[in-house]
Write a protein that binds this ligand. Structure first.
Ligand code: SF4
Ligand code: SF4
Ligand code: SF4
Length: 420
């Protein structure tokens, strides 16, 4: 019999690192590789069967509307296909009848072969694959330890995923390599048939709090997003999904915050390291923020831990400027990663503030227009006889009750809310 653990708090998802920070690549801008020092650099880090089963069994015992597990690294495919077969078998063993389990896999794509791709497709893993643009851009920072480029190997993995009809989101890290090339990167990805895209700003600091050479500035981020928005808004809103844009729409249309950066509290998910250690956020895997270990702590203890609650509360302790900012409802002070660097306090203005302002002021009119359109289409749809499909939705690819391909773990109708 399954016993449900009542945690007393909101739904939470898991971001699991079965191979810790181990990776077959050595990207110059990687923020996670140096986490090796936490668990010994010369050691090979691999999750054991005991830890894996404990994570799955205990999580599936909590009450969640959707059980959302993201497999990440480092490079999680270093675990090999048999590990992920075990993951699915354990989820079947411990899942309650009727439970929705959503698996995501964030990968560099280079180790994915045809059988792996078929498995991921069969069990509906949503894949997030890193690709920063065409070869001359991607290869600037994304190389192996010998400095060899990875673009070709990523494309090989993506082709296997495409052949297997797996769901793939492309993850673009916006660094010094591509920040001036939003249009080029966007057109490259769409011309290759990648219609689900996510853009992440590369902002890293050295110990003295100085931006690393591959980091972008706030102004560059703002310009990049404006150019991307214009490219998408005028012709592609029904063809291409850009994660952050969809999240903004979701917030405007339904008031749903489906990415943590749009929220007011950072108690959103847990990072589970290869040995079961738990942390509050991927960007804050550090000893002082270790919340416990899943072999000895329950999820309710972890959710109630003072370290976790205090960490989460910092999101709302934004700078006084934010209170007067017309973008606050779509920014909420920005991610703590861009505020807490170099020992700053949570009320430090985000390093990317100017960029967010520039983009949100540029795009708010467009988003509001799209939001009106979505509401009108919903209204039209609700008035149509159920047997007659709406002509607006003739290119529908995702069921309203299916998991949203943006990776939020929510149902599509509760998330991006648009049919394309
Ligand atoms: S592939 Fe990902 S985890 Fe590996 S080095 Fe590059 S950024 Fe880091
Ligand atoms: S610190 Fe940033 S990434 Fe982490 S939970 Fe908060 S908003 Fe999300
Ligand atoms: S744009 Fe800047 S001032 Fe406005 S809410 Fe965001 S971080 Fe605060």
């Amino acid at each position: 019999m399954n016993i449900t653990e009542r945690t007393g708090y909101q739904d939470f998802s898991l971001l699991i690192k079965p191979a810790s920070a181990d990776c077959n690549l050595n990207c110059e801008y990687c923020f996670y590789l140096d986490k090796c020092h936490l668990y010994g650099e010369s050691v090979r880090h691999r999750m054991t069967d005991d830890v894996l089963e404990r994570i799955i069994e205990s999580y599936l015992r909590t009450e969640q509307s959707i059980y959302s597990l993201g497999w990440q690294g480092g490079e999680p495919t270093l675990m090999g296909l048999p590990f992920f077969e075990k993951v699915v078998a354990l989820q079947m063993k411990h899942g309650k009848k009727g439970a929705s389990v959503a698996n995501g896999l964030q990968t560099n794509g280079t180790l994915i072969d045809a059988p792996f791709a078929r498995f991921l497709s069969r069990y509906q893993f949503l894949i997030g694959c890193s690709l920063d643009g065409p070869p001359e851009i991607h290869n600037r920072y994304r190389t192996n330890r010998l400095g060899e480029p990875s673009h070709q190997n990523v494309i090989r993995g993506l082709n296997h995923l495409k052949n297997a009809e797996a769901s793939v989101n492309i993850l673009v890290l916006v660094s010094r390599a591509n920040v001036g090339h939003a249009r080029q990167v966007y057109r490259y990805l769409t011309s290759e048939g990648h219609y689900y895209q996510q853009y992440i700003p590369c902002v890293e600091f050295d110990k003295a709090g100085k931006p690393m050479p591959f980091s972008i500035t706030a102004q560059e981020w703002g310009r990049f997003l404006c150019e991307l928005f214009d490219e998408w808004y005028f012709k592609d809103t029904r063809r291409v999904s850009i994660r952050h844009f969809d999240s903004i729409l979701s917030k405007i249309v339904d008031g749903v915050e489906n990415v943590c950066t749009l929220g007011q509290n950072c108690c959103q998910y847990f990072v589970v390291e290869y040995n079961g250690d738990i942390y509050p956020c991927d960007f804050f895997v550090d000893r002082p923020l270790k919340l416990g270990n899943i072999m000895t702590s329950s999820w309710s203890e972890l959710q109630q831990s003072k370290i976790y609650r205090d960490f989460g509360d910092q999101k709302k302790q934004w700078n006084p400027h934010c209170d007067r900012c017309n973008c606050l409802h779509l920014c909420n002070g920005d991610c703590l990663k861009h505020r807490l660097f170099a020992g700053n306090s949570p009320d430090n203005l985000s390093f990317l503030c100017e960029g967010w302002k520039q983009f949100l002021n540029h795009s708010q009119g467009g988003f509001n227009q799209l939001a009106r359109q979505i509401l009108m289409e919903r209204e039209t749809e609700s008035r149509m006889p159920k047997s007659v499909p709406s002509p607006m939705y003739h290119r529908k690819r995702v069921g309203r009750n299916a998991l949203c391909p943006c990776g939020s773990g929510l149902k599509y109708k509760k998330c991006c809310g648009r049919m394309d």
